[in-house]
Ligand binder design. Structure first.
Ligand SMILES: Cc1cc2nc3c(=O)[nH]c(=O)nc-3n(C[C@H](O)[C@H](O)[C@H](O)COP(=O)(O)OP(=O)(O)OC[C@H]3O[C@@H](n4cnc5c(N)ncnc54)[C@H](O)[C@@H]3O)c2cc1C
Length: 383
């Protein structure tokens, strides 16, 4: 056995770095382990909403911002479009390589021990805590937070299997200066490309992030839709780098703890089932997990069931509403597009949602009002 800690955090993306920083600042003897060496790439559009900004307690994070969003072009299946422009930025964009590195360094600066480049291959629970195995070492701790993402080893080791996920592919494109300038401050989002999802073009400092994501476990032929998106936007033929990753959709009840272990971020399936956004919930669940680690170590709680309740109250409840809206939107994208075209109040709410300043409860009320108005789905109950 290599060493003993109060808490081990597995995975040091936004969720794990947040947990590690919070508990280490509170004086916990903590070890963070990540299979990657930072800085490392992560398949992601890198959109940081106002909701995510509210959870970012690390000063200087703005230095990683690459672009700001002022104009949104919303399309239906690469066809009809509507455009909305604001004076204030709707959201910001980062490259995850730099953003995650900044969060990782902020956690490390607190004095926490970190081990990078070594995957966790197994986690065992024991009477006095947990034993974590990497290919070469074993570590003991009183408790553990699994932040190892959508394919998390911690969850699998403990039989906390996630439900089926959505999936997305992302393509970072290098474009000439004049093309990049055309996209300055602007995004393109096409609903229904692919079915049960959307395609996007986001601006970055030295290129563009493009992608397609489907929020249904069904095979949505993502590469084909990616090709169509790039052709439509005149972005095919540039040098690019493609990657793909699951999107672990939230809004469904799922067990997030066992004995001295709990899960946070993507490992806990906390991505928004409507937008695919997951950074804000990774950061938020990281802060909540850190508070519960402190309670656990102080003996205030005997397990992480109170953590699960708090996640359900603060995150899953909203994501369940997002899931309901997504069910309607992605089944009938034309109806929603027409709603956005016809109803200024729905359009305004949609942009507040993208900006992270509206809640899904508000959106559900508006959607119901509009759908009833259109005499569609009248009398339908939320599941
Ligand atoms: C294509 C795509 C686009 C997206 N775009 C956006 C967006 O624009 N905005 C947004 O908010 N969200 C977006 N998301 C979702 C977002 O990327 C995730 O929700 C977010 O990264 C979750 O953070 P996390 O810390 O939970 O997990 P991750 O960021 O996945 O970090 C997990 C960490 O665990 C480590 N790890 C994994 N396995 C092990 C192991 N066995 N041992 C040790 N370490 C391990 C990994 O190396 C990694 O560093 C997107 C997702 C995809 C797939």
């Amino acid at each position: 056995m290599s060493a003993t800690y109060d808490c081990i955090v597995v995975g040091l993306g936004p969720a794990g770095s947040t947990v590690l920083r919070d508990i280490s600042l509170a004086g916990v003897r903590a070890l963070g382990i990540d299979k990657a060496v930072f800085p490392r790439d992560k398949c992601c559009g890198g959109a940081i909403s106002a909701a995510a900004e509210r959870q970012l307690h690390v000063s200087g994070w703005e230095e990683t911002v690459e672009a700001e969003l002022y104009t949104v072009r919303v399309a239906l299946r690469l066809g009809d479009e509507l455009t909305h422009t604001t004076q204030e930025p709707i959201c910001r964009f980062v490259m995850r390589r730099e953003f995650d590195h900044m969060l990782f360094e902020a956690a490390k600066e607190t004095g926490a021990t970190v081990l990078c480049g070594e995957p966790v291959v197994d986690v065992e629970t024991a009477s006095s805590g947990v034993i974590v195995h990497t290919p070469t070492q074993a570590f003991k701790a009183r408790c553990l937070v699994g932040c190892d993402g959508a394919n998390g080893r911690v969850a699998r080791s403990l039989g906390l299997q996630p439900p089926r996920s959505g999936a997305a592919i992302e393509q970072e494109i290098s474009v000439p200066e004049d093309v990049a300038r055309q996209w300055d401050g602007e995004v393109y989002v096409s609903y229904g490309t692919p079915p049960w999802g959307y395609g996007w073009v986001f601006p970055k400092k030295h290129g563009l992030s493009t992608g397609v994501g489907s929020f249904s476990p069904r095979n949505a032929q993502l590469p084909l839709h990616m090709k169509r998106l790039l052709e439509h936007c005149g972005l095919d033929g540039y040098a690019s780098r493609r990657s793909g990753h699951p999107i672990p959709l939230g809004g469904k009840r799922r067990r997030l703890h066992r004995g001295p272990v709990c899960l946070a971020g993507d490992a806990a399936s906390l991505c928004d089932p409507l937008s695919g956004e997951g950074i804000s919930h990774a950061l938020h669940s990281g802060h909540i997990a850190a508070l519960h680690v402190l309670k656990y170590l102080n003996g205030e709680v005997q397990d992480f069931s109170a953590y699960q309740e708090e996640i359900e109250k603060s995150i899953t409840r909203e994501l369940a509403l997002a899931r309901w809206i997504a069910g309607k939107l992605y089944r009938l994208p034309r109806l929603f597009f027409e709603l956005l075209q016809r109803s200024p109040s729905t359009l305004a709410l949609y942009f507040r949602l993208i900006a992270g300043t509206a809640t899904y409860s508000e959106v559900v009320q508006e959607v119901r009002r509009q759908l009833t108005h259109l005499s569609l789905f009248s009398g339908e109950k939320m599941s």
